[in-house]
Design a protein around this ligand. Structure first.
Ligand SMILES: *Cc1c(COP(=O)(O)O)cnc(C)c1O
Length: 370
């Protein structure tokens, strides 16, 4: 925990004093240890409730004999497979220890004290952290209907702006941007500003006008698209994601990338996961049903929620979420408070298995006295 009288704070980059460590969803083991309970469920970190598919599981098991050696620092096979998937040159792909790592590489490459980064209110918490950690200045645009207001964001892009972060869809709101306004926004950016479009949940989105911005690189050389294996592919523990960009940008990101940032089981599992369309389809089908189940449950409880295209849904409790969350934890249900996202009366719930969603809804009803 940061302490105000920490004498070492004066030695750090200027933005650090305003930073707090990212608060992750509480692990099940920690909750059960603290409360002495069992059989808890975790719907707090937007993980795939099915976990990895059979092909990725087999790949991890087969990686065992290689663990004594450093991984392939260039990620040759995986980058080749990803390039093929996106019809791009492998030089366009930057592998990361989670896509978080790629976001951090972007900040370390393009931000510094005096530079500004632009993002939306209620946007993913890593954008302010990555910005402030390198001493750059965050410029936060007010949201519109919980989602990104591209006009408001564009108004904050000045000659100091080096990075604009767009999560599509956004976490924790589940809101998304269609192709036309996003394309117009990217076209309006100065060449001196990098646009990061974070597509961590893209596989879940089925709206016909949801864009695959990885196909827009020819039009926008300042665009970086990020994807992850943590969500629909169910590989969150392995930490693997990637950036897609103009190779000249990738070359810069690779200058600051740690040489062995992506481990061998992660590379092999990701490669296998790319070839497991069945698991992706099953995961999306399960998610669709779970989203509908949770939404119907909230309707039944008279609670409003933000319509989501991701694998999570954010519900408005109409009262401070802290005490409700505390009681849910006692009932063995881990969801996510959002006060640090400027949403103090909302709770984000990841879509789980049908039985987990049902258990969460029953616990919520009970905690709310309904
Ligand atoms: C989960 C998430 C990520 C992915 O994080 P990883 O580091 O790849 O596990 C990226 N962006 C957003 C908006 C997310 O919610």
């Amino acid at each position: 925990m940061p302490t105000p009288d920490n004498p070492f704070l004066a030695l750090t980059a200027p933005g650090l004093s305003g930073l707090h460590p990212y608060v992750p969803g509480k692990p099940i083991s920690e909750l059960e240890r603290e409360l002495g309970i069992r059989d808890s469920i975790k719907l707090a970190s937007n993980e795939n409730p099915l976990g990895p598919g059979p092909k990725a599981r087999a790949a991890v098991a087969a990686a065992m004999p290689d663990l004594g050696r450093y991984p392939d620092g260039g990620g040759f096979k995986l980058r080749r497979a990803l390039a093929e998937r996106h019809s791009l040159d492998p030089a366009a792909i930057t592998l990361g220890n989670g896509s978080n790592d790629v976001l951090d590489l972007v900040a370390r490459t393009f931000l510094r004290p005096g530079a500004e980064s632009v993002f939306s209110e209620h946007a993913f918490a890593v954008y302010p952290i990555a910005t402030q950690a390198v001493g750059a200045t965050a410029r936060i645009a007010p949201a519109r209907d919980y989602g990104h207001d591209l006009d408001a964001m564009g108004a904050l892009v000045n000659r100091h702006a080096r990075v604009v972060w767009i999560a599509n869809p956004n976490n924790p709101t589940g809101t998304w941007l269609p192709a036309a306004p996003l394309r117009a926004f990217l076209a309006s950016l100065p060449a001196t500003c990098i646009a990061v479009v974070d597509e961590a949940y893209s596989e879940y989105v089925q709206a016909p006008d949801y864009p695959d911005t990885s196909t827009w690189l020819d039009a926008f050389p300042n665009l970086i698209v990020t994807r992850t294996f943590s969500k629909v592919h169910g590989l969150a523990a392995l930490r693997i994601g990637y950036g897609i960009s103009d190779p000249r940008i990738a070359e810069l990101l690779n200058r600051v990338r740690q040489p062995f940032n992506v481990n061998t089981p992660a590379q092999l599992a990701a490669l296998a996961a790319l070839g497991d369309a069945d698991h992706v389809r099953d995961s999306v089908t399960l998610n669709d049903a779970g989203l509908a189940q949770l939404a119907a449950g909230f309707d039944h409880l008279g609670l409003s929620y933000i319509p989501s295209v991701g694998n999570f849904i954010t519900v408005d409790l109409g009262r401070p979420a802290g005490p409700v969350d505390r009681d849910l934890l006692r009932a063995g249900c881990i969801a996510r408070r959002l006060a640090n996202y400027g949403l103090p009366s909302h709770l984000r719930v990841s879509v789980g298995l049908a039985a987990e969603n049902a258990r969460f809804l029953a616990a919520l009803a009970s905690v709310l006295g309904k």
